[in-house]
Design a protein around this ligand. Structure first.
Ligand code: HEC
Length: 131
């Protein structure tokens, strides 16, 4: 009897935690789906092919251009922490402004703290400016 009550209580706790998370971390899901394949789940990069995001001087110095970079990709030689990379990052045109905001804030919170958090409004404004 006692045990079944306990089981029910535990089940309720799990349900509440599972369903009540209206602020589910979309940023994490989006990062995993759209970025982690190349840049690694922790932003560590992949050898000479994909530059890191964690601790990347390029990212920190060019954070104003991150929205455009994510949406349109980037091509040509770049230097990240003194190392040359020269592969094409594909464009990700299907990501909405909300998606981009979530990804940037996920990176800022969990991967590279020197990246500033952004608001949807800032991302929208930036999107207009992409060449
Ligand atoms: C198919 C692989 C691939 C995917 C997916 C990808 N990237 Fe990249 N990314 C690259 C490559 C390759 C470069 C280097 C481009 C170059 O050499 O010009 C790069 C460069 C970058 C840079 C600039 C260099 C640095 O590390 O600071 C940032 C920032 C970046 N990517 C962020 C992202 C984010 C955020 C996502 C997900 C929305 C993403 N990338 C998805 C391959 C990828």
């Amino acid at each position: 009897m006692r045990i079944s009550v306990l089981v029910v209580v535990i089940a309720i706790i799990f349900m509440v935690n599972g369903c009540g998370d209206s602020n589910r971390d979309y940023g994490s899901e989006l990062y995993t789906k759209h970025c982690a394949n190349c840049h690694g789940i922790e932003g560590q990069g992949l050898q000479d092919l994909y530059p890191p995001i964690k601790g990347a001087d390029y990212l920190i110095e060019n954070q104003a251009d991150l929205v455009c970079l994510m949406r349109y990709g980037i091509d040509g030689e770049i230097l990240v922490n003194g190392k040359k990379y020269d592969q094409k990052m594909p464009s990700l045109p299907n990501l909405s402004d909300v998606d981009l905001t979530n990804i940037i804030n996920y990176i800022a919170k969990n991967i590279e703290p020197q990246l500033k958090q952004v608001s949807l409004k800032e991302v929208k404004e930036k999107s207009y400016d992409c060449k």
